[in-house]
Design a protein around this ligand. Structure first.
Ligand code: AGP
Length: 632
């Protein structure tokens, strides 16, 4: 996700000086500005936009830019750079003008660079636009625009928007935006300005958040309220399919079809820090609840009537070797199940810190898949380099475009957006989603999946986002169950098949934020040792969703119950049997057995969160852990 901002000043002064924003240092460590340059009070757009961008930098921080419309001289001046908002401030001269837009980027199409940074403009430079979202059909639009003479400067999907708007521009920016959006499939929160239509900002929203603040100093546009709370608490939330025109006279909002919409002005009570978490108490909880959207982004533009296209070259290889650490390793274990089942290709899964020192037997007949949220994990990077030195082909599954792994090999982006909580949540389910897509694409290519199988499975994939939302709606039940066990001194997790990696991940989530010892096992393995850990009342989480080994898992539940365990079963909504065998049931919607582990993982993320919350743990920054382990 990215952050977009806009400001239409009304000439009265606003106080941007907060002792923090403009004393920020830029990349070279030199004070980007001193207090004198940016007086505490201004009616110019630039200082306000910088301030808004600083507040939204957590949404994306690989590049940034602003565009200011000086409606006195009828000029748009745009400055943008790879790097932070501080870097942007350091390269931007003082720009006059009371209207402007800005952007801080989390790259999804086109690596982090100055040319790919927003704002983007049409060929004439008379329109500037910032965008958060994904234009699914940008390639076909771009081809048509190039055929009609448009020249593109960036690798981004976004750049098609200002060129489309230019195509439709007939003196009215709003109608040009409306017509352009009628050609677009995908998600967007956008803000556009034009020298030919001065004195206004046109905004639009579909599947990406956008809010307009109404303040004494003018109107403020931002991706979320954390950017504007300092200036105003009175806001209007844009809804999907709405277009807004902001002028000195006020805000006029219509649907894409042009029907006028009455909007309620809401007053936000959050403090700025709470706003950055969208009102959630912790980033981890916010990120758990973002998963219906992030899964939608992961799938966006990759599933069509023709099947699945991940946009990466998939060599025909003898074997796949998945390399990863921690949560990403658990995703890899899940990947083995689905890749072997759908693509009938042998898969090994290796912990990166082990693999790199085993003098691995690997060559050009192997495809190494490195799964890493950060793209910076030292062990994973070293392991990929080791594999590459032996001739293996390489593919990364990564969340951070521009990270080191993207310079090692071609990468498939998970598109989960910045993940602030140390405990991986949304990045994990997006990794699983990517592995499911990869398995189906390979299965179709290798003819190990019939077209009917692919179509049936793709239908279920399209339900995933809504099914995750249904799991999130059951959060109160999960919380009630979790708090009953918050004082347990250990937990066991078990599952069979693709539920086994979900059990391991559930154990890791719990232990890393609640500090309670927790271990995951293949359910069939309990009798070979772990049963010794069972005593009266010990909590065992059993993932028993409907799949070919469901009855076997029930048998394992009976084993631990017979020895005194208290069992929390995770089961399908339609399962009428499970309650006879367990003490508590947490439900997931009925879905394909290969997709069920994704939903069960969301249940276990919430379970871990509520246990840790009840114990008063430091959830977003657990002791001894870092978000990205860039050392051995
Ligand atoms: C999981 O919650 C932890 N944050 C940790 O295990 C993490 O998954 C591991 O360090 C790997 O990180 P990566 O995905 O960025 O490579």
């Amino acid at each position: 996700m990215c952050g977009i901002v806009g400001y239409l000043g009304n000439g009265s002064a606003v106080d941007v000086w907060d002792g923090k924003c403009f004393t920020d240092v830029n990349a070279s460590g030199v004070d980007a500005r001193d207090g004198e340059f940016f007086t505490g009070v201004t009616s110019e757009a630039m200082p306000v936009l910088f301030d808004l961008l600083k507040k939204l930098e957590y949404r994306g921080y690989d590049s940034a830019g602003i565009a200011i419309l000086n409606d006195e001289n009828g000029e748009i001046r745009t400055f943008k750079t790879e790097g932070s908002v501080g870097d942007l401030i350091s390269i931007t001269p003082e720009l006059g003008g009371r209207i402007g837009i800005g952007h801080t980027r989390w790259a999804t199409h086109g690596k982090p660079s100055t040319k790919n940074a927003h704002p983007h403009s049409d060929g004439t430079g008379r329109i500037a636009l910032v965008h958060n979202g994904i234009i699914e059909n940008y390639a076909e639009i771009k081809d048509k625009l190039i055929e009609s003479g448009h020249e593109f400067r960036s690798e981004t999907d976004t750049e098609v928007l200002p060129h489309l708007i230019e195509e439709y521009y007939d003196g009215n920016l709003e109608s040009a935006v409306r017509n352009a959006l009628s050609m677009v499939r995908g998600s967007y929160a956008l803000a556009a300005i034009s020298v030919d239509d001065p004195g206004r900002i046109v905004v639009a929203r579909k599947d990406s958040p956008l809010v307009i603040g109404l303040g004494d100093g003018g109107f403020f546009v931002a991706s979320d309220v954390s950017g504007i709370l300092k200036y105003t608490r009175d806001v209007v939330f844009m809804n999907d399919g709405e277009i807004g025109v902001i002028t000195d006279a006020g805000i006029d909002i219509t649907t894409l079809e042009g029907v006028s919409v009455e909007k309620k002005i809401e007053t936000i009570e959050w403090d700025p820090e709470a706003a950055e978490k969208s009102g959630y108490e912790h980033f981890m909880l916010k990120e758990i609840f973002e998963q219906p959207d992030t899964i939608r982004d992961t799938f966006s533009g990759r599933i069509s009537a023709d099947g699945i296209d991940l946009g990466v070259a998939l060599p025909n290889v003898r074997r796949i070797v998945i390399i990863a650490c921690g949560t990403s390793y658990h995703a890899g274990l899940f990947g083995r199940y689905v890749l072997e089942r759908f693509a009938r290709i042998p898969v090994d899964v290796e912990i990166a810190s082990e693999f790199r020192y085993t003098d691995p037997i690997i060559d050009c007949g192997d495809l190494v898949i490195a799964i890493t949220q950060s793209g910076e994990t030292a062990d994973t990077l070293a392991a990929v380099r080791e594999a590459g030195s032996k001739g293996s082909q390489k593919l990364g599954i990564v969340n951070m475009l521009g990270s080191s792994i993207t310079r090692e090999c071609q990468c498939l982006l998970t598109r989960a957006g910045p993940e602030i909580g140390v405990a991986a949540t949304k990045s994990f389910t997006s990794q699983l989603a990517c592995l499911l897509l990869l398995s189906v694409q390979l299965g179709k290519a290798r003819k190990t999946l019939s077209t009917a199988d692919v179509n049936d499975f793709v239908y279920e994939l399209k339900q995933m986002s809504g099914n995750i939302q249904r799991v999130l709606n059951s959060a109160p039940d999960i919380r009630k169950c979790a708090t009953m066990f918050a004082d347990a001194d250990q937990f066991l997790f078990m599952g069979r098949g693709a539920n086994y990696p979900a059990a391991l991940e559930g154990a890791l989530k719990l232990k890393e934020i609640s500090y309670i010892p927790a271990e995951g096992f293949p359910a069939g393995e309990m009798k070979h040792g772990p049963l010794a850990l069972i005593y009266d009342g010990v909590p065992v989480v059993a993932i028993a969703t409907k799949d070919p080994v469901y009855e076997k898992t029930l048998g394992n539940i009976k084993e631990v119950k017979a020895r005194g365990a208290t069992v929390i079963g995770i089961a399908n909504e339609s399962d009428t049997e499970i309650a006879k065998y367990v003490d508590y049931v947490l439900r997931i919607p009925d879905t394909d057995p290969w997709i069920a582990p994704v939903l069960s993982s969301v249940v276990l993320q919430l379970f871990a969160y509520y246990v840790a919350h009840h114990r008063g743990c430091e959830i977003d920054k657990p002791r001894n852990l870092a978000k990205s382990v860039t050392v051995e």
